[in-house]
Design a protein around this ligand. Structure first.
Ligand code: ADP
Ligand code: ASP
Ligand code: MG
Length: 401
């Protein structure tokens, strides 16, 4: 069997933990399996490097940032290979380039375009344990690129796909996917299985346990994905195609996204093309707009609201100034969050949204915005009620049972 393991920042947070990972990998090898290991930078390392650059300028070149940030993962990969070699195992550390990962040119948020697994296959056939620095690749011009925050998860899934591995196991400090972040709700329950689609919603809506792009790719390539803990031998959670009995479960989980800011535009000229102009300009400035609501226009004007990531809030403010003549007033609120309820069971059961709204009402929490899809209900609320909302929703759907 060929397995890909990925160990995140906390799992390789210090030398003792790297030793722990080396022991875990050695055990898999002793059992006779081939193993490719993807590692993150030691926890806090990527942020520390960003802080160093920040010292000089708030707008460093993205190409230089990739050169800087990719170093964190390389340190861990090298140290893990050394730890394994010291135990008598034949291990080789590889950069993204050596692992054959070619990306586009979008520095700091590159997409993987192709993987040539020959180098890894050769090493495996020589009996080596292959250790790959996560989160990075190289563009066609030969410059190092990184894959966006949390991108080592993506490396692991992409390698599992390219190597046709039997499974991909993502190790972190939690032993699987829970009904909500166990740091917010200690009564959260671990799920044995969850569908790709539910996991993709949870990740995209703020659950950082798996990077959303990695889940998307796992679904596309049909990679058998597990979330497990590097500190225990517990079962973990299998993320896979939706099965019939999954729909019996109404709600799989609830999730909080604190990284939200709300923009409200009042008295917007109610004419064809205005929405196109506003959202095109935001898109051209790489601002990711999430929820959008627009009222029915009256007397030639309408109200328009949308959310953006908090980091884009100031930028959105500046851009909206261009529409002064078309808009009577603007409000910007940085103190909002988004709470979401996710479950494939919603497709076949009604009342899930009503329960969410009733729960907010019972707790006197005002809902600013609502959006729904086939398998999720999201609400924007005041940031200070975010954790309360998650705990009461968790109870309302009996997720602790
Ligand atoms: P790593 O550094 O290994 O990549 P992360 O910190 O990115 O690990 O992800 C693990 C964290 O995800 C956990 O510590 C947990 O607090 C958080 N988390 C958020 N939502 C969930 C969830 N639904 N289930 C499990 N963990 C979650
Ligand atoms: N080290 C990178 C980050 O902190 C990538 C990762 O850990 O997956 O975002
Ligand atoms: Mg992570």
């Amino acid at each position: 069997m060929l397995v890909v393991h990925k160990y995140g920042g906390t799992s390789v947070g210090d030398l003792e933990r790297i030793e722990n990972v080396a022991n875990r990998v050695a055990k898999v090898r002793d059992a006779g399996d081939d193993v490719v290991v993807v590692v993150s930078a030691m926890s806090g390392e990527t942020n520390k490097l960003i802080g160093y650059a920040d010292n000089f300028t708030k707008t460093p070149s993205k190409k230089a940032m990739d050169m800087l940030l990719s170093s964190g993962e390389r340190v861990t990969a090298a140290l893990l290979s050394i730890a394994l070699q010291s135990k008598g195992y034949d291990a080789v550390a590889m950069s993204g380039r050596q692992a054959g990962i070619v990306t586009d040119d979008e520095h700091t948020y590159a997409r993987i375009e192709s993987i040539d697994p020959t180098g890894m296959h050769n090493a495996i056939s020589e009996g080596k344990i292959v250790i790959v620095a996560g989160f990075q690749g190289v563009n066609k011009a030969g410059s190092v690129t990184t894959l966006g925050r949390g991108g080592s998860d993506l490396t692991a899934v992409a390698l599992a796909g390219a190597l046709k591995a039997d499974q991909c196991e993502i190790y972190s400090d939690v032993d699987g996917i829970y009904t909500t972040d166990p740091r917010i709700e200690p009564n959260a329950k671990k799920l044995d299985t969850i569908s790709y689609d539910e996991m993709l919603e949870l990740s995209s809506l703020g659950a950082k346990v798996l990077q959303n792009r990695s889940v998307e790719l796992a679904k596309k390539l049909g990679v058998k994905l597990y979330a497990k803990s590097s500190f225990s031998d517990n079962e973990g959670t299998l993320i896979s195609e939706e099965s019939d009995n999954m729909e019996e479960v109404l709600v799989a989980g609830v999730v909080l996204d604190k990284n939200q800011a709300r923009v409200t535009l009042r008295g917007v000229s109610d004419r064809p093309g205005i929405a196109a102009e506003i959202f095109t300009l935001l898109a051209e400035n790489n601002i990711n707009v999430d929820m959008i609501i627009q009222n029915m226009g009256t007397d030639g004007s309408t109200n328009l609201g949308f959310t953006v990531p908090q980091s884009d809030h100031e930028n959105a403010k500046k851009i909206m100034a261009a529409f002064d003549h078309d808009i009577e007033g603007m409000d910007f609120d940085n103190h909002v969050c988004k709470v979401s309820v996710v479950g494939v069971g919603m497709k076949s059961h009604s009342g899930v949204a009503a329960t969410a709204f009733t729960t907010m009402a019972n707790n006197n929490i005002n809902i600013n915005m609502i959006s729904t899809s086939e398998i999720k209900v999201s609400m924007v609320i005041d940031e200070k009620y975010g954790e309360l909302a998650i705990r009461t929703l968790h109870e309302a759907y009996a997720l602790d049972k």
